[in-house]
Ligand binder design. Structure first.
Ligand SMILES: Nc1ncnc2c1ncn2[C@@H]1O[C@H](COP(=O)(O)OP(=O)(O)OP(=O)(O)O)[C@@H](O)[C@H]1O
Length: 379
């Protein structure tokens, strides 16, 4: 028996790979056809590893050749799977890189009042204690509370000259540089800003400020998932986002929206993970007792459900509120369970940032320089 290659190609032109519009010869799926006596070898390239599509393609090829060319042909199909190249790097950092600022981590919450600013302030001082250079940009235009938490509410940034240009000098306390939208608005002024306005103001607070070298800039976002967030996310080179929630159902529903916001195609900011704040209450006099006032492990379960890392839980403790109000974040107190909880959370934030950066081309904008105090560097 002598089999003709052209006859085989003609037979294959009558069939398609499932899900494709054109026949498998024209679409390029058939890469090569070889014949040896009664033997036919067809090399097929598929763009999907789905087993049922592979099996179907193989069966169709055997049937087409044995029906249309020769009933005794011995057909062998070699299938190679080659996924099409993704159109864009999903982890691409948008916006221009900022000289000297290695990582911008946005801290968000769907719902207001879940402790986003408190968590931001405490992560910042913990990073500073670990030896990182840290700044906070308070972008919460609806209620900028970072200046109070750092006891700098009455300060105003001075102007300094850097490379011949006049720049704002961030206010520094507890080893953290701070700039807040609150420095430029009156406390009782209802700030009705639109997304592009907020994004422009924040761009100035980043690019027209003398931040110097920073390993981490934490961006305290306004609560919610409105157009203001879209503008901020699309115009700033955000490394990743941390979402804060309490374990309560109403907060979790909004946290889910927050994660979805970062993951949507037009934003595409990697979510570093979820933090559970006010996870439980422990009274001072009964340190072993835990009361799950807002529900138990809700944010932990949501993180698992959404396949994002769970970064840590922070208890509901009176001294956290008091320390925030007094302008000295609670994580600054040493040898306390709060310090420990924040150390664990912060270490996880750093580790997830490192992990995320390892998935990216090593651009200057996202490399971390100082890794002191973090287990991620001991690898
Ligand atoms: N773990 C905690 N234990 C006790 N009090 C807390 C804790 N976390 C936050 N708080 C308190 O809860 C209140 C709200 O916190 P915070 O201002 O940080 O929330 P937020 O999510 O940033 O709010 P918003 O963005 O809506 O202004 C504050 O009084 C703060 O001191």
């Amino acid at each position: 028996m002598k089999l003709n290659k052209q006859d085989i190609l003609k037979a294959l032109e009558t069939i398609t790979v499932a899900g494709e519009g054109t026949n498998m010869v024209e679409s390029g799926a058939v890469q090569n056809v070889m014949t040896f006596a009664d033997e036919v070898i067809v090399d097929l390239k598929l763009s999907t590893p789905a087993l049922h599509i592979k099996k179907r393609a193989e069966a169709d090829i055997i049937q087409a050749i044995t029906e249309k060319v020769h009933k005794d042909a011995q057909v062998k199909v070699n299938i190679k799977v080659e996924a099409p190249a993704k159109p864009e790097n999903p982890n691409l950092i948008k916006g221009k890189p900022i000289p000297g600022i290695k990582n911008i981590v946005a801290i968000a919450s769907g719902k207001g009042g879940v402790g986003k600013s408190t968590v931001t302030a405490n992560i910042a001082v913990t990073l500073a204690k670990m030896g990182f250079k840290v700044g906070i940009l308070d972008a919460d235009i609806y209620g900028p509370s970072i200046p109070i938490m750092f006891d700098v509410a009455m300060e105003r940034p001075l102007s300094v000259t850097v490379d011949g240009k006049s720049k704002m000098k961030p206010i520094e306390n507890h080893g953290v540089k701070v700039l807040s939208i609150g420095f430029f608005t009156k406390p009782d002024q209802a700030v009705i800003w639109r997304g592009p306005m907020a994004a422009k103001a924040l761009n100035q607070l980043i690019f027209d400020a003398a931040w110097g070298e920073l390993d981490f800039m934490l961006l305290d976002l306004p609560p919610g998932t409105g157009d203001i967030h879209l503008s901020i996310m699309q115009s700033l080179p955000i490394t990743g986002a941390v979402v804060v929630s309490t374990p309560q159902n109403v907060a979790l529903a909004d946290a889910r929206k927050g994660v979805a916001m970062f993951q949507q195609e037009s934003i595409d900011v990697p979510v570093l993970g979820m933090v559970e704040n006010m996870a439980y209450f422990t009274p001072d006099e009964l340190p072993e007792n835990k009361y799950y006032i807002f529900g138990k492990e809700g944010a932990r379960n949501l993180a698992e459900d959404l396949s994002i890392p769970f970064l840590g839980e922070i208890p509901l403790v009176q001294s956290i509120r008091e320390a925030g109000d007094a302008g000295r974040p609670a994580a600054l107190q040493t040898a306390t369970p709060i310090e420990k909880a924040y150390e664990e959370l912060t270490r996880n934030v750093v580790e997830e940032t490192v992990r995320r950066n390892n998935n990216l081309p090593p651009t200057e904008a996202i490399q971390i320089t100082t890794m002191a105090g973090c287990s991620a560097v001991k690898k």
